[in-house]
Design a protein around this ligand. Structure first.
Ligand code: ADP
Ligand code: IOM
Length: 346
C-alpha cells in the first residue's frame, strides 16, 4: 500500500535506485498499481532496506516497466547504456567459428558458467506471483525437465521436503538456493518459502535449472575449465528445448523480461572463476581492463560476495541491447586481455 513517504536511504547506500529516485518521480508514481496489484513501494523495498543493493529495484510484471517507467528507464539507461528508443535482438546460435579456450593450459580459469533467466509469458514475475501460480510453474517446468534426454537428462529436487542428504550434497556443490537472501526477501521473492522452488541438474552436473528463484527459470550451463564455446553450446541446446515447451516473456525493446532490470535483454550472465595473482595486487589496472571490456568483478560466492584466495568471478556487465553471442565475444576478449596482463605483470 502506498505510504506517501519518500524513502530514507542509508548513508552507505550506493544503489542506482538512490541515485535516480527523486521526490518528483516518487510522488508521481507511488499511488499507481499494475494489474497484478504491484506498487512502487514494493518495487523499491529491496533497495531501500538493503544498503548493500547495487541496483535496488524489481519489477512485478511487464507492466511495471511501463507504469513505473520514469524510474526504471533511468536505471536501465544508467546500467545498460540503453535508451528508450533502442531495441534488443537475441542471438543464441553458437557461431560456427566458435571460441578457442582462452586458457588452454588451464592455469588461470577454474570454471565457466553461463546462465539465462526466463519468465513465463502469461504470469506475473516472482515478486508479484501467487502461491498457486508459483506451484503451477514448478509442476509444468519440472515435468518438461524430467523428460530431457542425452546429455541434459537428470533429476529434479524440490526444496519442499528435501532430504538432509540431498540438501547437504547440493550445498556442497554450491547449487542450492541462497535461502533467506535478504535482497530477494525484501523484493517479495521468498514468499511461501520453500513451496514451488527446486533444482534440476543433469547427471554430469553441467546443466542446471533453478525454478522460482529471482526469475522463474534460471537455466545454467557450467563446467570446469575455460571452454566457453562448449558451455554456451550446451546452454543454447537446452534453451531451445525449453523455448519450444514454453512461451517466455519478451518484447522487442527490453528483450527477455526479468524481475531485476540488470537482467533485461539477454538475461545472460556468463562468468569465469579465474585466478589472477598478479593483477589482484593492482586493482587499478585490473578494473581499467574490466571497464574497457564491460566486465564486472564479483566474489566467488556470487553477487555481494568477496573474492577469496585471489579468485575472481568475471562476467559480462551489460545484458541489454547486445546479443548473447556478442556478449560472449566481449567476455572472451576481456578474459584474454586479463590473462595476458597478468602474465606481463610477473
Ligand atoms: P547469478 O546466477 O545471478 O549469476 P550469483 O552471482 O549469485 O548469481 O552466482 C550464483 C552462484 O553461481 C554462486 O554460488 C557462484 O559461486 C556460482 N558461480 C558463478 N559463476 C561461476 C563460475 N564461473 N564457476 C563456478 N561457479 C560459479
Ligand atoms: N539482480 C539482483 N540480485 N541485484 C542486482 C540486486 C541488487 O544488488 O540490487
Amino acid at each position: 500500500m502506498p505510504n506517501n513517504d519518500f524513502p530514507v536511504f542509508g548513508s552507505t547506500n550506493n544503489s542506482l535506485l538512490k541515485k535516480h529516485l527523486t521526490k518528483e518521480i516518487y510522488y508521481s508514481l507511488n499511488d499507481l498499481k499494475t494489474s497484478s496489484g504491484f506498487t512502487l513501494d514494493q518495487a523499491i523495498k529491496s533497495g531501500v532496506v538493503n544498503d548493500g543493493s547495487n541496483v535496488g529495484i524489481y519489477a512485478g510484471d511487464l507492466e511495471s516497466y511501463k507504469i513505473f517507467a520514469p524510474i526504471f528507464d533511468k536505471i536501465i539507461a544508467d546500467y545498460h547504456n540503453f535508451s528508450t528508443s533502442d531495441s534488443h535482438t537475441s542471438d543464441l546460435t553458437p557461431p560456427e567459428s566458435g571460441w578457442a579456450n582462452p586458457d588452454p593450459e588451464g592455469k588461470y580459469i577454474i570454471s565457466t558458467r553461463i546462465r539465462v533467466g526466463r519468465n513465463l509469458a502469461d504470469m506475473p514475475l516472482g515478486t508479484a506471483i501467487s502461491k498457486e501460480q508459483r506451484d503451477e510453474i514448478e509442476s509444468k517446468v519440472s515435468a518438461i525437465l524430467k523428460g530431457l534426454t542425452g546429455e541434459l537428462a537428470g533429476d529434479y529436487y524440490p526444496l519442499a521436503g528435501m532430504s538432509e542428504e540431498d540438501s547437504t550434497r547440493l550445498i556442497e556443490d554450491h547449487f542450492l538456493f541462497k535461502a533467506g537472501d535478504k535482497y530477494l526477501e525484501a523484493a517479495g521473492l521468498n514468499r511461501d518459502w520453500p513451496s514451488g522452488r527446486g533444482i534440476f541438474h543433469n547427471h554430469d552436473k553441467t546443466f542446471l535449472v533453478l525454478i522460482n528463484e529471482e526469475d522463474q527459470l534460471r537455466i545454467i550451463s557450467m563446467q570446469n575449465g575455460g571452454d566457453i564455446f562448449q558451455v554456451f553450446s550446451r546452454l543454447s541446446k537446452a534453451v531451445a528445448i525449453l523455448s519450444d515447451a514454453f512461451s517466455f516473456l519478451y518484447n522487442d525493446h527490453l528483450g527477455f523480461i526479468t524481475s531485476c532490470p540488470t537482467n533485461l535483454g539477454t538475461a545472460m550472465r556468463a562468468s569465469v572463476h579465474i585466478k589472477l595473482p598478479n593483477l589482484a595486487k593492482n586493482m587499478e589496472i585490473f578494473e581499467k581492463i574490466t571497464d574497457e571490456y564491460f566486465l564486472q568483478i564479483r566474489g566467488i560466492h556470487g553477487e555481494h560476495s568477496e573474492s577469496e584466495e585471489g579468485i575472481f568471478d568475471i562476467s559480462n556487465k551489460r545484458r541489454l541491447g547486445i546479443s548473447e553471442v556478442d556478449l560472449l565475444q566481449g567476455l572472451y576478449d576481456g578474459v584474454l586481455a586479463l590473462i595476458n596482463m597478468d602474465k606481463e605483470a610477473v
